[in-house]
Design a protein around this ligand. Structure first.
Ligand SMILES: Nc1nc2c(ncn2[C@@H]2O[C@H](COP(=O)(O)OP(=O)(O)OP(=O)(O)O)[C@@H](O)[C@H]2O)c(=O)[nH]1
Ligand SMILES: *[C@@H]1O[C@H](CO)[C@@H](O)[C@H](O)[C@H]1NC(C)=O
Ligand SMILES: *[C@@H]1O[C@H](CO)[C@@H](O)[C@H](O)[C@H]1NC(C)=O
Ligand SMILES: *[C@@H]1O[C@H](CO)[C@@H](O)[C@H](O)[C@H]1NC(C)=O
Ligand SMILES: *[C@@H]1O[C@H](CO)[C@@H](O)[C@H](O)[C@H]1NC(C)=O
Ligand SMILES: *[C@@H]1O[C@H](CO)[C@@H](O)[C@H](O)[C@H]1NC(C)=O
Ligand SMILES: [Mg+2]
Length: 450
């Protein structure tokens, strides 16, 4: 009979044979145990003293602490002052974290919320706004509200904001979708795209999937409707969060306050090229809009980011020139931006014009190029901000602050060599050039720099 190995968990009910408990072994175990007990006591009393000191320090500072999320002490005592406990205010700016999400994406939503809370919101308690074209399920509400450290709101998008407008010819739209799907154009048949960074352009053909065009609704909604939803009206700022993203760095300041104080309108982390075949006529339409509404073109716009070789625009330049759109845009699955900008006459008239052409449906205009062109033309260049201190990932791209301090301080945890900024598919080097940032990329890490 093969003897049982000593370190095998006995089945429930079975007994370890008494022959293993020789006197020698028992003594050894006893002495090991007592060493453990002594070590534990030492560690425990040290930790207890550390915590008591922290509590006393806070008592002296007179900061009452209201915590709703975890029992773990906050790591930065000064952050307690940012949550106005006297009024119970949630966040100091009129701002919300906003997520458009399907019920089926609950898992991805939860992991995004957890990450944004841990890295940022547990100290600021900004409200979360969840938007959906269908009613949220009880489970979705139960689990997401359980994670949020601020107030939560759930809203269903009105049908008009999520449907094909009457002026779009459905026959033409369907024919175009079939054509684009046959030509394997990214998202052409509303397919999902996947490309791999550092691979040759154009990226590989999309996976064969068909969501019957809901993606076009999403792109149109994110281009022209999210900022006017009833639940969004009370806010001036938003931070867009998508399911399944990752945040790699602690954000220990309020980016909304940063935006307001520095007169920023639009903040991004990743910039890349759009798929040309999905926006064939977008630039022509934009040129047409600007020709008819030249008063909206900002004197200090970012045309030179959007068009290669564009003359740096001068006050009085009221046209877009002849150059073509170079496809550069800010990746819109992360945005911290001003809602007032979208509600401005310039942007909302621009969106209405684009929508009237049917291009969201005949082609597959994405909200990223539409936002980027809008902010690039109608807002001043220095109101666009690159959050170089954010570590961020949305499949399949991620970026990681490159400076040593961000990592040595423990603020960031990410692989510095998995870094999209310097990818050949990234538009960030162009942004640095046109916005007059001449520093080496690895110096651009403090949010005050860029
Ligand atoms: N409620 C709802 N949300 C949607 C729908 N389609 C997309 N979204 C959301 O819109 C955002 C972008 O959609 P995605 O499908 O992730 O599109 P993408 O990020 O451009 O592409 P991939 O993630 O690469 O597929 C995500 O937050 C989705 O949850 C939809 O039909 N209904
Ligand atoms: C802040 O949010 C909490 C819920 O998380 C809510 O009970 C409270 O009324 C909110 N305070 C204000 C001032 O909105
Ligand atoms: C839609 O387009 C098709 C093909 O061009 C055309 O035959 C049809 O008359 C159009 N329908 C409407 C309502 O304009
Ligand atoms: C997508 O699927 C729907 C229903 O399954 C079908 O009616 C439609 O024609 C398909 N679209 C494309 C572009 O394949
Ligand atoms: C235009 O934008 C650039 C780049 O952000 C900035 O340095 C410059 O001061 C701005 N010029 C004016 C006239 O606002
Ligand atoms: C970081 O990413 C690079 C490139 O993908 C990889 O070669 C390396 O092993 C990664 N390092 C760690 C610690 O995961
Ligand atoms: Mg996504």
């Amino acid at each position: 009979m093969v003897p049982e190995p000593l370190w095998q968990c006995p089945d429930a009910g079975s007994r370890i044979s008494a022959r293993f408990f020789t006197r020698r072994l028992s003594l050894r175990i006893l002495s090991l145990l007592s060493i453990c007990v002594v070590l534990y006591n030492v560690a425990y009393s040290t930790e207890l003293r550390r915590r008591l000191e922290k509590v006393q320090a806070l008592g002296v500072a007179g900061q009452p602490r209201y915590r709703t999320d975890t029992t773990e002490p906050e790591d930065d005592p000064s952050s307690a002052t940012r949550y106005d406990t006297t009024t119970g205010q949630n966040g100091t700016e009129k701002a919300t974290l906003v997520m458009l999400v399907r019920n089926s994406e609950l898992d991805g939503a939860l992991s995004s919320i957890r990450m944004v809370e841990d890295r940022f919101n547990r100290r600021f308690h900004y409200p979360w706004t969840f938007l959906n074209d269908r009613p949220f399920t009880d489970d979705f509400i139960k689990y997401t509200s359980g994670l949020a450290s601020g107030p939560v709101e759930y809203a269903v998008v009105p049908e008009d904001d999520w449907s094909v407008p009457d002026h779009v010819n459905k026959t033409v739209m369907a024919a175009e979708m079939v054509r684009m799907a046959e030509e394997e154009i990214i998202y052409g048949g509303s397919l999902s795209y996947r490309y791999v960074p550092n691979q040759a352009f154009p990226p590989p053909a999309p996976a064969a999937a068909n969501d019957s065009g809901t993606l076009r609704h999403m792109c149109r909604f994110n281009s022209g409707f999210f900022y006017n939803q009833e639940v969004m009206r009370k806010y001036d700022w938003y931070w867009r969060v998508e399911p399944g993203i990752e945040l790699y760095c602690d954000i220990d300041y309020d980016p909304f306050t940063f935006m307001r104080e520095n007169k920023k309108i639009y903040g991004f982390v990743i910039s890349m090229y759009e798929f040309k075949d999905t926006i064939t006529t977008l630039w022509d339409r934009t040129r047409q809009f600007v020709a008819e509404n030249s008063q909206f073109l900002h004197a200090n716009n970012s045309l030179d980011f959007l068009v290669d070789g564009a003359q740096p625009s001068k006050p009085g330049d009221k046209h877009l020139g002849n150059g073509n759109y170079n496809l550069c845009h800010f990746w819109s699955n992360f945005e911290i931006a001003s809602l007032e900008f979208y509600r401005s006459e310039a942007y909302s008239r621009y969106f209405e014009f684009l929508d009237s052409t049917g291009g969201f449906f005949y082609e597959r205009w994405g909200d990223a190029p539409v936002h980027s062109i809008g902010v690039g033309l109608f807002a001043p260049k220095d109101s666009i901000h690159h959050f170089a201190d954010f570590g961020y990932s949305h499949a399949p791209c991620s970026r990681c602050p490159q400076d040593d301090e961000s990592h040595a301080s423990g603020r960031c945890l990410c692989n510095r060599s998995k870094h999209f900024d310097s990818d050949s598919y990234s538009c960030l080097p162009r942004w640095w050039r046109v916005s007059g940032i001449n520093k080496a990329p690895n110096e651009l890490l403090k949010h005050t720099d860029a």
